[in-house]
Design a protein around this ligand. Structure first.
Ligand code: BTN
Length: 245
């Protein structure tokens, strides 16, 4: 699947830019990279902070029309594709924390933000990806008092030679292909690929509505399955925040 590539030195947010363009009627497949973001966005209204110096993180969005398919599970497919491209032999401890975090050794290496723009009956999907590349010296954004799981991980821990362009080169084409396949076949063919990297599997989790339980896997539609005292529950919404107890 083809897409045009655009690299800009600075933007507020690659996701916001592609969403604005889509609202203006630009619906072609495009990969937009920002060498630096001024107002990167994460899930649930969080910020995605740019690291200094420039190049310390890879920030891009892939926008493409994706019609007539169920979008649940999309961010999981993105995570599977990224993890597989960056760790094809499972040599590294690259795991996926449902619904869309890339983790390395209990720390967050990257995040995914999927947004959808409807233009009449046409649907345009924007898949934003942020990956930490190199640790900035020192780390001003991170409070040293943060508990260890909140500290980030960096691609250069896996591969000291990793740079933002080299990582993009590894992941972009397989990601476009994965999205194309998802558009045709949905999430079901990806369940086992997700489960081998599922960071929450077997863990006690705490849902934001107060329920506790044990994560046991994901369903064919990408829901997190949690065994609670009331039975097996499919956690469907991306808006449910899940963290290990
Ligand atoms: C998260 O961890 O909550 C998701 C983070 C997603 C960050 C990326 S960086 C490129 C793209 N543009 C944005 O504003 N956000 C995403």
């Amino acid at each position: 699947p083809g897409f045009s590539v655009e690299v800009l030195p600075q933007l507020d947010s690659t996701n916001s830019t592609l969403m604005e363009r889509a609202r203006d009627g630009y619906l072609q497949p495009v990969l937009l990279v920002a060498e630096q973001q001024k107002a990167g966005r994460g899930r649930m209204g969080k910020q995605w902070l740019s690291t200094q110096p420039v190049g310390g993180s890879l920030t891009f969005s892939l926008g493409l029309p994706l019609e007539d398919c169920d979008l649940s599970g999309l961010s999981l497919v993105v995570g599977c594709s990224l993890a597989h491209s960056l760790d094809p032999q499972h040599r590294h401890e690259l795991r996926l924390k449902w619904p869309n975090d890339l983790w390395y050794r209990q720390r967050k290496l990257g995040g995914i933000l999927v947004e959808v723009c409807m233009l009449g009956r046409q649907r345009f999907v924007v898949v934003g990806v942020g990956i930490n590349i190199s640790e900035p010296p020192p780390l001003p954004e991170v409070d040293p008092a943060l508990p260890a799981p909140m500290q980030p991980a960096w691609m250069q821990e896996l591969d000291p030679a990793a740079t933002a362009p080299s990582v993009l080169g590894q992941i972009a084409q397989p990601l476009a292909l994965a999205l194309h396949q998802f558009g045709q076949h949905g999430f079901a063919p990806w369940v086992s690929r997700f489960q081998v990297r599922d960071a929450l599997a077997g863990q006690e989790v705490w849902l934001s509505d107060g329920t506790q339980g044990r994560a046991v896997g994901v369903s064919a539609s990408g829901a997190l399955q949690v065994r609670t005292e009331y039975g097996l529950r499919d956690v469907l919404s991306d808006e449910v925040s899940v963290r290990p107890l």
